[in-house]
Design a protein around this ligand. Structure first.
Ligand SMILES: Cc1cc2nc3c(=O)[nH]c(=O)nc-3n(C[C@H](O)[C@H](O)[C@H](O)COP(=O)(O)O)c2cc1C
Length: 371
């Protein structure tokens, strides 16, 4: 297809971040053109009714957090056929992120390494932008800790972001798993996470009463793929105790094993989170483990190395009821949501399932992490 044969080779000549900015700004400037040229034809509800998190999803394929941190191209991105978009991660304070270069391609591995460090214009600017440029799909907003907020003040910092993005978000994702903000992953420790989730759910309740919404905004937490089985056990208990709406598995990994790239190439990238194909199995295994630990009662958004409908299908069978892509979007191009959705439609019927929901978790036992 045109992207893989023509546009990608051109974009891949640019530095990864320049290519990203060019693509994102082009999308933000020409939503009309994107809609005319790239919007897939509507599908006839091939997945049955996709009710998740108390919301109705047009399809199960979403764009993962980090692609559009400031929400500048959401209308065009929705026009590419994504059922939902997770914008952000935004922080309470605007911040520049880490020094460049901070994004690297490992092409032989179909992977990326990034240490962006939550570069964003801050929660207030984000909410203003989105108020006037809402996408025509479900909008999740990912919030993270400002770099300058010490970990002791993390709860306060997250609360501020939460309040600001609350009016524009269909769901809010708590990012406590980026490897690129020092100390952030400590918030995945059960005691700290419980304090954070309790505070946010209390504020969630207060805000929903004030707005007479009659229901809480779904709050999800996004986890790192580098957690062990024992840690997941404890986290799942916290998630149940705090009535969380869902889990997102997974963020990028700090591991580097099994890569085709040479040691020198890997070392030249430096620190950061690895995404794409090398993350796929690890993330799928974690999804299956989480599905088993939660006995399928808490929706899981599956993310990590999804490039094709087959990859998405495996994550669904592991226990994901929604899917997200990031690195696959870079390598496969703007039709990835459409390609995965059409592929899933075929797989569901060829595997003999009536709806997508019947398949969720159907292989969770077999695919879970070996303890
Ligand atoms: C350049 C880049 C920036 C990212 N920024 C964020 C972010 O701000 N917040 C977040 O939760 N995840 C972020 N991620 C992680 C992705 O959302 C996703 O969880 C991860 O890349 C695995 O999916 P993939 O293999 O499809 O890329 C980022 C990933 C990349 C490659």
């Amino acid at each position: 297809m045109l992207y893989r044969s023509l546009l990608r080779p051109l974009l891949f000549r640019l530095s990864p971040e320049t290519a990203h900015e060019l693509a994102l700004h082009s999308l933000s400037f020409f939503p009309g053109l994107v809609k005319r040229l790239l919007t897939p034809r509507p599908m006839q509800k091939p997945f049955g009714e996709l009710r998740r998190l108390g919301l109705s999803f047009p399809n199960p394929v979403g764009l993962a957090a980090g692609f559009d941190k400031d929400g500048i191209a959401l209308e065009s991105l929705a026009a590419l056929g994504f059922g939902f978009i997770e914008a952000g991660t935004v922080t309470y304070k605007p911040q520049p992120g880490n020094q460049r270069p901070r994004l690297f391609r490992l092409q032989q591995d179909k992977a990326l390494i990034n240490r962006a460090g939550f570069n964003n214009k801050g929660a207030v600017a984000f909410a203003q932008q989105v108020r006037t440029h809402r996408p025509d799909c479900i909008l999740g907003v990912s919030i993270g800790k400002s770099k300058t907020a010490p970990i002791e003040n993390a709860v306060e910092d997250y609360l501020r972001s939460f309040e600001i993005v609350y009016p524009v978000a269909d769901y809010i994702a708590l990012n406590v798993s980026s490897p690129n903000t020092p100390g952030l992953r400590d918030l995945q420790r059960a005691e700290l996470l419980e304090d954070l989730l309790r505070a946010l759910q209390t504020r969630n309740r207060e805000l929903s009463e004030q707005a007479s919404r009659g229901r809480l905004t779904p709050l999800l937490v996004k986890l790192a793929p580098d957690l062990g089985r024992a840690e997941l056990d404890q986290l799942v208990d916290v998630v149940k105790r705090t009535n969380l709406a869902g889990l997102i598995a997974t963020n990028t990994t700090t591991q580097r094993d099994g890569l085709r790239a040479s040691k020198e190439e890997i070392a030249a990238c430096g620190e950061g989170g690895l995404s794409g194909i090398p993350l796929r199995q690890r993330s799928t295994n974690m999804i299956a483990t989480l599905y088993n630990l939660t006995t399928g009662l808490i929706p899981i958004v599956g993310v990590g190395g999804v490039f094709t409908a087959e990859d998405a299908w495996e994550k669904i069978c592991a226990g994901a009821s929604l899917i997200q892509v990031y690195t696959g979007f870079i390598y496969q191009g703007p039709r990835i949501a459409q390609e995965i959705n059409e592929g899933l439609e075929q797989i569901i019927s060829s595997e003999g399932f009536g709806t997508l929901d019947e398949a969720v978790g159907s292989r969770a036992k077999e695919l879970s992490m070996i303890s």
